[in-house]
Write a protein that binds this ligand. Structure first.
Ligand SMILES: [Fe+2]
Length: 301
């Protein structure tokens, strides 16, 4: 099986390259590593050559997700394994700066993925201005065929399923983070949100103050989620994508198929389960986060 172990990067197409690049550089506190001749900006949260890529486009959308893989398999062997599951992929050389070889493929839900073993680590370190999250934590995608897409991530790319919210959202991980990917049943292929890990509740306060200085309102939270128990707050980037800042995410132990115990867990040990609500604290959402992908009458608090 393919051994995906890290969410590496997300590439966004945007109509306003300077606004989105400026948001990630000045507001989020990523380091601008390079701007290519084709207008693409490559930004790093601290170690990798890039964790966010911003590229000019006629519309604003998530273009692709990069996943780092380990294990014994070469990219050619990974390509062969994908083929055996009916997934075609293309081996690309020097397609992205900092990555000598990658495999490009489309998951069953229609999201383009890059799989790669190595990325250059110029290690610019953490910036001293802006929000400066620890890392890119997870991405939530909405797809028309959630079950088929979830099966692909579990059966082909080796993800574990850690929780569900109703029959709407499935939480998946490729490492000890409770989730590195959410797959939501949706009317179309969309990115629901992208999330960055903060260090503490104090960091949430500092981040909200920094967003306020930039006139970016916090749309919901901070409040503790049920699935993952992360303390989360959401705002919009300049392209109106939902950006989640989170801390305190559950740690998943695959060997035990449970979460590392925490005092706020409802049962001990806490196993993957189905949740009915989004907020453990009962906080109402100022914005209908789930309604984006659901019928109105199915809205969850
Ligand atoms: Fe999230």
């Amino acid at each position: 099986m393919v051994n995906v172990f890290k969410l590496g990067y997300a590439e966004f197409g945007t109509k306003d390259i300077s606004a989105l690049t400026n948001y990630y550089s000045e507001v989020m506190g990523f380091t601008l590593i390079e701007q290519a001749d084709n207008g693409k900006s490559y930004l790093s949260s601290g170690v990798d050559h890039h964790n966010i890529v911003v590229t000019p486009s006629d519309s604003s959308q998530l273009n692709k997700i990069g996943w780092q893989i380990g294990g014994e398999l070469s990219l050619k062997e990974v390509s062969q394994q994908l083929k055996e599951h009916g997934i075609s992929s293309e081996l690309k050389t020097d397609a992205e700066p900092g990555i000598s070889q990658l495999l490009e493929l489309q998951d069953p839900g229609g999201t383009i993925l890059n799989l790669y073993s190595d990325i250059k680590t110029p290690a610019p370190g953490f910036k001293e201005s802006g929000i400066v999250p620890n890392k890119l934590g997870h991405i939530a995608i909405g797809v028309k065929n959630a079950k088929q897409t979830v099966d692909f991530y579990k059966q082909v790319l080796g993800f574990w399923e850690t929780d569900k919210i109703g029959d709407i959202a499935t939480f998946l991980t490729c490492n000890s983070d409770h989730h590195t990917l959410n797959v939501l049943q949706s009317k179309s292929t969309i990115m629901h949100h992208i999330a960055f890990e903060l260090r503490s509740f104090e960091h949430h306060k500092d981040s909200s103050d920094k967003l306020a200085k930039q006139k970016i309102p916090v749309l919901w939270g901070p409040s503790r989620h049920t699935a993952g128990h992360n303390i989360a707050a959401y705002h919009h980037d300049p392209d109106q994508h939902y950006i989640e800042l989170f801390s305190d995410l559950d740690v998943y132990i695959p060997e035990l198929d449970c979460m590392d115990p925490r005092p706020w867990h409802e049962t001990l040990p806490l196993k993957p389960r189905v949740w009915e609500e989004l907020s453990y604290w009962g906080t109402n959402f100022d914005q209908d986060l789930i309604g984006i992908v659901m019928k109105e009458e199915e809205t969850i608090k």
